[in-house]
Ligand binder design. Structure first.
Ligand SMILES: Nc1ncnc2c1ncn2[C@@H]1O[C@H](COP(=O)(O)OP(=O)(O)OP(=O)(O)O)[C@@H](O)[C@H]1O
Ligand SMILES: [Mg+2]
Length: 403
């Protein structure tokens, strides 16, 4: 059911008929609180345009702490950036203009899907947050473009959900050309660019409000890149640090897709990573870039046990033998992903191959990587294998130390 809070009976009636039969109209905030106390399965509250902003935001803040699976959709006569920023800070999931009835309907559907997903994957999602453990952060990186970072990160994220048993957040840090949303066929209401407006008010609720849940894959959430390359201004390394810190508190696994460059946001992700998957293909430019990356990590004393080399399209007949590559780079290849035309075909359909065809050799290789290097079954600190535990010194601080 969906609860509608609106002081104006005729506006409430318009919302009720737009949202369909499974709704209840509630005329006051107190009555709404009593209703929520006795209807624990309620997933969505629509706060109508007649309700003052302060009461609406108070309600959203209170619900965020006591009922994190319940989503508040705020309906306003006019939506501007200051309303959006205040609403996000308070933990409102969606803000929609009053006249956009299909938009309100879609927002409620998204909020309900998110609540469903949270219930399926986190027992007690409606209880106050008391989880002080942190999840494992895996960054997929290669300094050369087109090696398969997005392919690996999207499929790895799906593998780590283990069919909904784990909560996984995939973050697209390719801030100019990120295509995670396309690869997973998502229609995000928010992107990482919306975090800029949160300023000092950034916290768990406001970051979670920016996530897009995957409708078919329970447990999988994404924080997508800005939809146009120009909107990444203000997404600083410091903001990325705060976002990743928060997501690690909330999720069992956080997977970060990156651009093909060591920019400051990527360095921040590497800094917090428990594991870096360094991906390359069997061609000289990719291997040269991998070698330079390895040298850079060595130079800044990044712990050897925290990275693994993934060779994508490893069966490509390009005249380079695998053992020669290992000898030249002086590192073992942790996993080989074969080449297959089914990979671009899956991306074009917007469905990760590991979900579409779990027995495909590409899916098997990625699942093996997940099982051998990332999955631990739990996400408490003590259950993280020692080699994956993040030491708290940090990459950038290490860098400063060695320079
Ligand atoms: N194992 C594979 N077999 C066949 N094609 C693949 C394989 N892995 C990736 N590809 C294809 O290679 C192209 C680049 O892959 P992807 O987008 O994952 O790379 P990327 O490293 O994220 O690129 P960018 O640096 O541009 O973000 C895509 O068209 C993808 O379908
Ligand atoms: Mg990519």
């Amino acid at each position: 059911m969906t609860a509608i809070l609106d002081y104006d009976p005729s506006a409430a009636e318009t919302l009720r008929s737009a949202l369909g039969a499974e709704t209840v109209v509630i005329p006051t905030v107190d009555a709404l609180r009593r209703h929520l106390d006795t209807h624990l399965g309620e997933d969505a509250v629509v706060v109508g345009g007649s309700v003052d902003l302060e009461s609406a935001l108070d309600l959203a803040s209170a619900m965020r702490l006591t009922r994190s699976s319940l989503g508040v959709v705020l309906v306003r006569r006019r939506v501007d950036t200051s309303v959006l920023a205040d609403a996000l800070r308070a933990g409102v999931r969606e803000v929609v203009e009053e006249r956009d009835l299909p938009g309100i309907n879609a927002a409620v559907a998204r909020v309900k899907a998110l609540a469903q997903s949270m219930r399926e994957t986190v027992p007690g999602a409606s209880l106050p947050e008391d989880d002080l453990d942190h999840g494992i952060l895996v960054t997929v990186f290669s300094a050369k473009g087109g090696c398969g970072k997005t392919t690996l990160s999207t499929n790895l994220a799906v593998a780590l959900t283990e069919g909904g048993r784990n909560r996984v957040c995939l973050v697209d840090l390719d801030l100019s050309f990120g295509d995670v949303a396309i690869a997973l066929q998502l229609f995000p209401a928010h992107t990482i660019a919306d975090a800029v407006a949160l300023g000092d008010g950034i916290d768990s609720g406001s970051v979670q409000a920016l996530l897009t849940p995957h409708s078919n894959m329970p447990g999988l959430f994404t924080l997508v890149a800005p939809l146009d390359p120009g909107s990444n201004r203000g997404i600083t390394a410091d903001l990325v640090r705060q976002i990743l810190n928060i997501l690690r508190q909330e999720f069992d696994y956080v997977v970060v897709d990156t651009p093909p460059a060591f920019d400051e946001q990527v360095l921040e992700a590497l800094d917090q990573s428990d594991l870096i998957a360094l991906i390359a293909t069997l061609d000289i430019p990719a291997l040269k870039n991998l070698k330079l990356t390895l040298e850079t990590l060595e130079e800044i004393n990044f712990p050897r046990e925290k990275w693994a080399v993934v060779l994508n399209r490893s069966d490509s007949k390009v005249g380079l033998a695998l053992n020669e590559v290992e000898k030249t780079l002086r590192v073992p290849i942790s996993i080989q992903i074969p080449s297959s035309r089914d990979v671009p075909a899956a991306i074009n359909r917007g469905v990760p191959i590991i979900y579409d065809n779990p027995k495909h050799p590409v899916s098997v290789a990625i699942r093996q990587f997940a099982e051998k290097f990332v999955l631990t079954g739990h996400h408490t600190d003590s259950s993280i294998p020692p080699e994956l535990r993040s030491d708290r010194r940090g990459l950038l601080r290490r860098k400063a130390k060695t320079s």
